[in-house]
Design a protein around this ligand. Structure first.
Ligand code: BGC
Length: 771
């Protein structure tokens, strides 16, 4: 062909280059091999210089978890996928490069959920998204929103809550924040990934009702309210089928019922059968293996995989790619404003810390108290976050020691020295076996507590004004926690008790800080200290954030997004959770026909009775209830008003700060539905929440909590529908699930049924808990 200028145009000039408007043309121009490459990522042999190891690739952005396959002739760039969720996880240094690539370690997911503040979480998301953008990544593998079914799940720290409304709302806010920066997210792990033990082979067996109401609900909210670019399917089976191979999960529920338009990718090396994954609508397999590539080519050539299905998946991947910074040619700076983000994490962490106890206004610490005895190894070796893919390679972690020093405290130097020497020797003792492949990725044992004699403690009490004792816990991928980790060690309880006794004997206060990623036992020792602050794992500025709260610079306004039970065994799921802490092998597959309970399969017999739905419905005493958290000030609730407009209920209530300190209050709306044997409803369920702005003493705010009538429904397995029963509903305003301030009733009629697809039925009978 001759152009008007007489130049010979080669045939490849007609090859389309990817743009937003020509995706179909590009697919038509792709070879089968190119399509198969695109759907399996670059972790396969043969791709220039890159081969995925556990959760990391070296090309483009070193330390990112994965990349997609570039096809230059069609203008398809490689895009970079990186963890999540407490910040961007990439390598901080690069071979032959003196620059550093540290990212901000923000607070863990559980702390963000404890803020109950979607505006704040959106702000944190913006800062995280900005680092994703400026370090040259495209999709953040976060947020993680699996339900805290049981306190021992090793990854609960990444997750939000035992309640799906909080999980969904917080996740949606996080996604909106990150995606506002022009980069994507991957909400994970879809779905029912509630244990680490045999996570790649465990079959979660549960009722369709528990699925819809508890385990899918948060994802449904996040999908509908924030439209994440991608969804990550989980490792486990759901009622007999791998999540990544489940057409009912990915096509029927996610796409048909919820109208999700985006792309689904596997969790790293998840699932077994690449063809089944393609058919199920799991568009991309990450990080991608040669075996999967071949299986897809063979599938199409042998007719077991319709090429149209491959095209459908390719289309969804291309629709994602055209939105990315790499595709847009964004020139990233490798220089995000880490100083500004340090302030974001410092501030946001204080809003998610939960003040569990504060007798006689022990906190905030009065300005004239400056001499502190800092007790507990974790005070000096503070924990920013959990381990595994949820870790962030940060430049520093501010310990509590440093945070308190920055705030003007003088820390007992002899004690400090003793702890530092002790920590050095513990470090040597606990150094992991370097031959263990995954050890650096996994939680390391915490140091043993230093034993301080009563006489020593008495001297410390004489020489200091206050004792601050930190209890630490860490956990992460591959491993669930144990009951021993949930309970305090004898040495820890003794340390708390003896320290408190010694300080109280001299009329001085003692405070406990919990630097933890998940729930621990509190009932047996909480009587000893004057105050307990659950600081969670608050990110790299942790020590400064805790000091801000201890000094009153920040008034804690977090509330628990889960229940603290009296004993581990009080949890309804404790009878069916693997509490031995067995390590999951990476890439381990379930043996077909494997029948070891809690390893090969886990029956969710507690059904919908997860967390407070169980404790409050079955009248179980708890140590700290769901939704609980104190403040340095007090709030008074006015008389609520309930109105209804076109199927939407609004409860308005005035909240006044009647104390002496500015503060924010989380207002919680619980709904009790009419009870019948057939609907087997929990006592009440959280249906809305709002956090007030910072209220000055005397100031008040009227908050509005809205509930759509469809949110009142239960899932009926028989009808495969959401059913709103006719009858009297109670709308209760609470400061926690057990501190109901006021309530109203309303008659809802007529009954409503909203049909959804029949999907994901369990293969075997379950012994479901009923009220
Ligand atoms: C984790 C995911 C993570 C992925 C990539 C997997 O082991 O389960 O949450 O995004 O690795 O690092």
């Amino acid at each position: 062909m001759l152009s008007s200028a007489g130049i010979v145009l080669s045939a490849c000039d007609s090859t389309p280059k990817l743009s937003e408007d020509n995706i179909d043309d590009v697919i038509a121009a792709m070879t089968l091999e190119e399509k198969a490459h695109l759907v399996v990522g670059t972790g396969m042999a043969g791709f220039a210089g890159d081969s995925a190891v556990v959760g990391e690739t070296k090309a483009l952005v070193p330390g990112a978890a994965g990349t997609t396959y570039p096809i230059e002739r069609l203008g398809i760039p490689a895009v970079v996928l990186a963890d999540g969720p407490a910040g961007l996880r990439i390598n901080p240094t690069r071979d032959g490069d003196s620059a550093t690539y540290y990212c901000t370690h923000f607070p863990i997911g559980t702390l963000l959920a404890s803020t109950w503040d979607t505006t704040l979480v959106e702000e944190v998301g913006q800062a995280i998204g900005n680092e994703v953008l400026e370090y040259g990544a495209d999709v953040l593998l976060a947020p993680a929103l699996n339900i805290h079914r049981n306190p021992l799940c090793g990854r609960n720290f990444e997750y939000y809550s035992e309640d799906p409304l909080i999980a969904g709302k917080i996740a949606a806010a996080y996604v909106r924040g990150v995606q506002s920066q022009g980069v994507g997210t991957s909400i994970k792990h879809f779905a029912v990934n509630n244990q680490e033990s045999n996570r790649m082979g465990n079959d979660a067996r549960l009722s369709q009702r528990a699925l819809r109401e508890i385990y899918l609900k948060g994802f449904e909210i996040a999908v509908k309210e924030s439209n994440p670019w991608t969804v990550m399917s989980s490792y486990n089976y759901v009622n007999g089928t791998y999540a990544s191979e489940s057409s009912e999960l990915l096509n029927t529920v996610l796409r048909d019922d919820w109208n999700y338009p985006g792309m689904v990718m596997t969790d790293w090396f998840g699932g077994k059968d690449a063809v089944a994954q393609m058919i199920a609508g799991n568009d991309m397999l990450q990080p991608g293996t040669d075996k999967q590539y071949k299986a897809i080519i063979d599938g199409v050539t042998s007719g077991t995989l319709d090429e149209k299905i491959l095209d459908r998946n390719v289309r969804r991947i291309l629709e994602m790619i055209v939105k990315t910074p790499h595709f847009r040619g964004y020139e990233f700076s490798n220089n995000p404003d880490l100083k500004a983000h340090a302030q974001v994490t410092r501030r946001s962490a204080t809003d998610g810390m939960v003040l569990l106890k504060n007798d006689n206004e022990a906190l905030p610490i009065p300005a004239d108290i400056k001499k502190a005895a800092l007790i507990g190894c974790t005070s000096y070796d503070f924990i920013a976050g959990g381990t595994g893919s949820g870790n962030v390679n940060r430049a520093y972690t501010v310990s509590l020691l440093e945070g308190l020093e920055n705030a003007g405290f003088s820390i007992n130097p002899d004690l400090q020295k003793r702890y530092e020497t002790h920590l050095e020797s513990e470090k040597i003792r606990l150094t992991p076996d370097s031959l263990e492949r995954l050890s650096a990725f996994m939680p390391q044992p915490r140091p043993e507590e230093l034993k301080l004699s009563k006489a020593e403690l008495s001297d410390l009490a004489r020489d200091n004004d206050i004792a601050i004792i930190t209890i630490g816990r860490t956990s992460g991928e591959f491993l669930d926690r144990t009951v021993g980790d949930f309970n305090l060690k004898e040495s820890e309880t003794e340390l708390i008790k003896n320290t408190c006794d010694a300080f109280h004997a001299q009329g001085k206060r003692a405070v406990v800080i919990l630097n933890i990623g998940g729930v621990i036992e509190t009932a047996s020792w909480k009587q000893y200290p004057d105050a307990i602050l659950c600081a969670w794992q608050p990110g790299q500025e942790g020590g400064n954030s805790v000091a801000d709260v201890l000094t009153g610079k920040a008034n804690p306004s977090g509330k628990l997004p889960m229940t603290f039970p009296i004993a581990y065994e009080d949890h309804a799921s404790s009878a069916s959770f693997p509490a031995e802490g067995a390590v999951s092998e990476f890439g381990a597959e379930r043996k077909d026909g494997g029948d070891k309970p809690l390893w090969d399969f886990t029956p969710y017999n507690e059904d919908i009775y997860v967390g407070y739905r169980y404790f409050d419905s079955f009248d179980k005493n708890v140590s700290y209830p769901f939704g609980y958290g104190l403040s340095y000030t007090q709030f008074e609730y006015g008389t609520p008003r309930l109105s209804e407009n076109d199927g939407t209920f609004t409860v308005s209530v005035n909240v006044r700060n009647i104390g002496k300190t500015p503060g924010k209050e989380v207002v919680e709306l619980y709904v009790s539905a009419p009870q019948s044997k057939a609907n087997n409803k929990p006592e009440h369920e959280l249906k809305a929440f709002v956090k007030t702005g910072l209220l000055a003493p005397g100031e008040s705010e009227t908050v509005n909590l809205t509930v759509d009538s469809s949110d009142l429904a239960s899932f009926s397995i028989d009808k495969s529908a959401w059913v709103v029963d006719e009858g009297t509903y109670t709308f209760a305003i609470g400061a926690s699930s057990r501190d109901i301030k006021c309530s109203l009733t309303t008659f809802v009629a007529p009954a409503r049924t909203i049909a959804v697809s029949q999907a994901l039925a369990p293969e075997s009978d379950l012994q479901l808990l009923k009220r």
